[in-house]
Design a protein around this ligand. Sequence first.
Ligand code: GAL
Length: 423
Amino acid sequence: MKQINHHIFRKALAALCLAACACGSASARDQPLQVLHWWKSASERNAANLIAQRVGAHGVGWRDAVVPSGSGVGAGIVLRSRMLANDAPEVAQLNGIVVRDWARLDLLLKLDTVAAAGNWDKLLLPAVAATIRYDGHVYAAPLGIHRINTLFYNRRLLRRLGLDAPATWAEFERIAPKLQQAGIVPLAQSSEPWQVATLFETMVLAEGVDLYRGLFHRGDVAAYSDPRLAAALRRLRAAKRWMGSPIRERKWGDSVRELAENRSAMMVMGDWAKGELLARGLAVDDDFGCAAAPGTGRYHLYNIDTLSMLGIRPEARAAQEKLAALVLSPSLQADYNRIKGSISVLRHPALAKMDACARASWQLFNSGAAARIPSLMHRMTIDETVRDAMVAEVHRFFLNDSVAVDDTQRRLGTIARTFIQTK
Ligand code: GAL
């Protein structure tokens, strides 16, 4: 099967090279593509460098336009203002729902020719293929799938204290005091809004998949008064006592470092944190393990990193298409996703080359639609304005203990009622 992938891939690339030469465009290397993304941590940097180097070997220049911002909140703002100033980059990391929103405004290059030549419909996992399409056209080149509901744990610390990684929040509450007594922070966490929201969405999922879908996929207003939403909010507040004091607004990479340096025992984060642990020289199984975030073992809460092309410079098109084709090469997929902590978007990746965390993620993602939950925080569901308003409410609730649970529920419900258009 891998051979077939290679074969399809080579044919597609050959077709694209021919197209590029036929229209007599200037060498792609002469005019590097500016790529706007938000990857700044060590593993993110290594992953971006790998793509730059591989596409460079095929004559496509890559010029970094990095806007460091965990989860890309700042990068989105910069991209929008650059668009308005007529200074857009040729390539941008958009992801999920943002791809659809920009496609709707006719701001993205259609990648239909590349997708057809590369047989993307056969090559890509169907769930991935669906997220890069809008109105019958392809608008993004997918890189990898991240599992958001991952619990990373420091194996050495848990082993030393004779503790098991918790499968539920009740189990977590049982082991947390023991860790704290031993002078270890049970849960590495930052008070940065997107990081609080990432933890919170896993807690909502732990309360019920129908609750998660009702709140964040269907925008079902009644779900906002569900007592299980109150339980998730209380859970978030209760978990604060296990996060060390004070809880700082720090980068996610700093929490990873705390875990790696044996100062904290666990961390709930998307599996880009695995990439960072690996970059710090730690090994899956020996040094750290990954499990599902408590109470979410049956679900794969995910997002997909993608690159979209902005059609601002017609002469860049051949290079943009070549870049799109190249990111799906089996070897780039395997190497990139290993560095990044994500899993391949291909139907038949080299499973044997994956570590235990990646293999578990891949199997669950492909176990059926019921297991797959597009993430609110990481741009896979409702649009960014609504998401940002919700994140602000959850953040306020997290920081200020005097904000009442029912008040927050009501405010979230109002946001849903005001903004979400039912489909
Ligand atoms: C996610 C993105 C990841 C990673 C993370 C932290 O939204 O999908 O690739 O970069 O943010 O910045």
